[in-house]
Ligand binder design. Sequence first.
Ligand code: CP
Length: 328
Amino acid sequence: MTLETPTANSFSLPFGEQRNGPLYGKDILSVHQFSREDLTHIYTVAHEMRGMVARIGTFDLLKGKILANLFYEPSTRTSASFTAAMERLGGSVIPINNVQYSSVSKGESLPDTVRTLECYADVIVLRHPEVGSCALAAQYASKPVINAGDGIGEHPTQALLDLFTIFEELGTSDGLSVTMLGDLWNGRTVHSLARLLALFNVKLNYVSPDVLKMPDEIVAELNGKGISQQAFTELDPILPETDVLYVTRIQKERFESQEAYDAVKDLYVITPDTMKQAKEKMIVMHPLPRVGEISMEVDADPRAAYFRQMEYGLYTRMALLAMVLGKA
Ligand code: CP
């Protein structure tokens, strides 16, 4: 993507009232809602945001706007990056990261909680353990709801930032061989990313134990779109041709017993030896947190993109907030 980097003087040019933009006033619930054209728009704005943060840090595009950050599950990156995104854009945040200290602990329903928060905020970011909870919240809220992860369902803003990472690091996603490794059953990030990548000419490889394989409904959906998909239980056969290695954590909190988790928890660990078999230009991504599936010795390898990936998340979420609120 070739773009002019904005300067403080060109501030009024790329950003302004855009009430006819593709995301203005919309919920962000699933990657299914995005077309390639939408992605071009989002990444053009995200790239502009990257330049603006580098040049002037914080600016007043969303001055006076308020975000309600409502998290029923733990989060470091998603919660902090939405907060940072809103504050970099001059807006402010109502943080509800510990719902046990809110009226949720008194039994307040999700519909009532979002209808409360929209009295105070212009946009609601929601993470919840139940699949479909964000769609439910959006039915009741008149302000935009952004899905920050609904159980093992979707994590659309993570997929958007993952794809932005691929574009910024490799220049394209067309023609790439993308290998997803780890807990593909419970990993909402890989569910969303696989669906988003299906908009492009990619080859998807899934590496997992059989009990944690990519759900059949997603494989069938992508087959219907003509996407080449292969499943493996070992990384070795597919690593040499891989352009993007997307590693995920085995999600202990989603297992029914400690024994079931112990049986699969240490199956895959990326080490400097693994990296010797990989392409010189491959990138390693991970939504994080990691709990041992990528050795810390890999961090110094320039192909380790997972820390840069978090930073791309800030720019992507700045773009989404600005677009949803009609300012980009
Ligand atoms: N990637 C991600 O969703 O991280 P958090 O759980 O820390 O938000």
